[in-house]
Design a protein around this ligand. Structure first.
Ligand code: ZN
Length: 86
């Protein structure tokens, strides 16, 4: 049995969340900053992998956990995935 690619389903394209190649919703950084929400709320330093707009209306660095809780989604002017670059 083989896994069939879901190319025939156009709605699957919009929900893709893998970071394979450089896309408009990614930003290259030299190192991951700290999640500002964790730092502010718990005093914890957690690597932020996303820069995005949160439900609080701020554009900030957040980790994946905080982004799932407070993020407004990915895309230009909403959220961008941080990718470690040279
Ligand atoms: Zn966080």
């Amino acid at each position: 049995m083989r896994l069939r690619p879901s190319a025939a389903n156009p709605s699957a394209i919009a929900t893709r969340s893998r970071t394979t190649k450089t896309k408009p919703e990614t930003v290259t950084v030299s190192n991951f900053p700290a999640c500002e929400h964790h730092l502010e709320q718990a005093g914890e330093r957690v690597s932020a992998h996303i820069m995005g707009v949160t439900i609080f209306g701020t554009h900030t660095f957040v980790c994946a956990t905080c982004f799932n809780l407070y993020g407004m989604g990915l895309g230009l002017s909403k959220g961008q995935i941080l990718v470690m670059g040279a």
